[in-house]
Every structure is written in C-alpha cells, then in structure tokens.
Design a protein around this ligand. Structure first.
Ligand SMILES: [Ca+2]
Ligand SMILES: [Ca+2]
Length: 101
C-alpha cells in the first residue's frame, strides 16, 4: 500500500515495503507565508477554507508532487473539528497527515 505522510514541512511518499520508494519534500514556506497563503486563498473571507480554497492555500511545490486525488484527504485530516472547513488554526496547526492514494 502506498501512503503519503505530510508532517508540516516534510512529505514522504512511501512505496510498498518491498519497493521502499520514499520521497521526502521540504516545504520552504515560513509560518508567516503559510498564514498569508491562508488569507489569500480564503476567497469568500469567511475565515475558513473549503476544498477549492484549501487547494489554493497549499504550497504549490508540495501540491505539484502529490498523487492525484489526495487533496480532499488532506483537507479532511486538517479539518480536526469535522465541520467540513479548514479554519486558520487547523491550517496552521502542527501535525502529521497520512494519505492513502
Ligand atoms: Ca472561505
Ligand atoms: Ca474545521
């Protein structure tokens, strides 16, 4: 099974145990840049991100290397209170995300 771990700055894409393909990416964005990205992506200015807004808020360098269709899973894991939106606190919170493409 393939999975992706995004732990704020580090993203690891691991292959099956036998293949051991691991890709690690380091985001170069600072916390200030992440906060600015959140504000810029919040198109309707309600202080939280829907899926389209969340996609815009992501680090483009990371986004470009993600497998297809995993952004929704990332958003769901960021949405820790389960209201369907990613608040600024949820977006900026440290944590680890595991995705199964
Ligand atoms: Ca919004
Ligand atoms: Ca939420």
């Amino acid at each position: 099974m393939r999975f992706v771990i995004i732990s704020f700055a580090v993203l690891a894409l691991a292959g099956a145990a036998s293949a051991q393909q691991v890709l690690q990416l380091q985001s170069t964005r600072t916390p200030e840049e992440r906060e600015a990205a959140f504000k810029a992506a919040d198109a309707n200015k309600d202080g939280k991100l829907n899926l389209a807004e969340f996609t815009k808020a992501m680090d483009p360098e990371i986004l470009a290397q993600l497998p297809e269709g995993v952004v929704g899973q990332m958003k769901a894991q960021r949405d820790t209170d389960g209201d369907g939106f990613v608040s600024k606190a949820e977006f900026l919170a440290p944590g680890r995300i595991q995705i199964h493409p």
